[in-house]
Design a protein around this ligand. Structure first.
Ligand code: KIV
Length: 271
């Protein structure tokens, strides 16, 4: 059922104010139609994730995703005029080079594609400088720490982060740094549930978890995974809420059979 008609526009202030009151529901979307459906279901935050590199464009990682890819898909999602807050991912190498470069590219997402904020990965002191500069330019920033897929080469694979006392402490420090830099919320990806709880309790801004257990202030999933629209093995943290891939296969096979047998089209579909 659509809950959209009476819904107010979600802003970063709405998301901040939800901490401790109501769980934040976030989902990725990469195109106009999906964004409309996701928005009509009442999701609070739509992320045009650079996961699109893997789930839409067929790359093995998010590393090949370009500014052009992200601008193109962000603009398509923005045309759905969502009530949800629309955040887009800054792709690999669009913000790593320096503060000015990061601010310039963040600005392009707002001016050219209609994004209402950007997400960038990492919580180092150098990343914090970029977050502060982007926020000072008037562009909201969603942080992202833990398993940061753009650093997959450096991390040595897609692994749970913060499992030792030392790495857990580092992640807590990073989370505080991202908050102090001015992010309005932070994604925690693939960290132990207890660590996510500690971080969530230590921050004033909301945490949005993916593979980070139930204690975060909200959750985010990659839409293809939760819809069962993945042709690849998914992670332990994914729950399948539908079998859209199976439904597509069945429908296309029926179409194939009916075209070949002459059952489709009939007079009903003819002029
Ligand atoms: O790219 C993406 O979809 C993401 C989410 C998994 C948080 O970063």
């Amino acid at each position: 059922m659509s809950v959209n008609a009476s819904r107010k526009k979600t802003t970063t202030a709405t998301i901040r104010a939800m901490k401790g009151r109501e769980k934040i529901v976030s989902l990725t979307a990469y195109d106009f139609v999906t964004a409309k459906l996701v928005d009509e279901a009442g999701v609070h935050l739509i992320l045009v994730g650079d996961s699109l590199g893997m789930v839409v464009l067929g790359y093995d990682s998010t590393l090949p995703v370009t500014m052009a890819d992200m601008l193109h898909h962000t603009a398509a999602v923005a045309r759905s005029k969502p009530k949800a807050l629309l955040i887009t991912d800054m792709p690999f190498m669009s913000y790593q080079r320096g503060v000015d470069h990061a601010v310039k590219n963040a600005g392009r997402f707002v001016q050219e594609a209609g994004a209402e904020g950007v997400k960038l990965e990492g919580g180092s002191p150098r990343m914090a400088e970029k977050i502060t500069a982007i926020v000072e330019a008037g562009i909201p920033v969603l942080g992202h720490i833990g398993l940061t897929p753009q650093s997959v080469l450096e991390l040595g694979g897609y692994k749970i982060q913060g499992k030792t006392e030392e790495t857990a402490k580092r992640l807590l420090d990073e989370a505080k740094r991202v908050e102090n830099a001015g992010a309005f919320a932070i994604v925690l990806e693939c960290v132990p549930a207890e660590l996510a709880k500690t971080i969530s309790e230590a921050l004033r801004i909301p945490t949005i978890g993916i593979g980070a257990g139930p204690h975060c202030d909200g959750q985010i999933q990659v839409i293809n995974d939760m819809l069962g629209l993945a042709t690849w093995p998914t992670f332990k943290h994914v729950k399948r809420f539908a079998s859209v891939g199976d439904a597509m296969r069945t429908a296309v096979a029926a179409y194939h059979d009916e075209v070949q047998s002459g059952k489709f089209p009939t007079a009903e579909q003819s002029f």
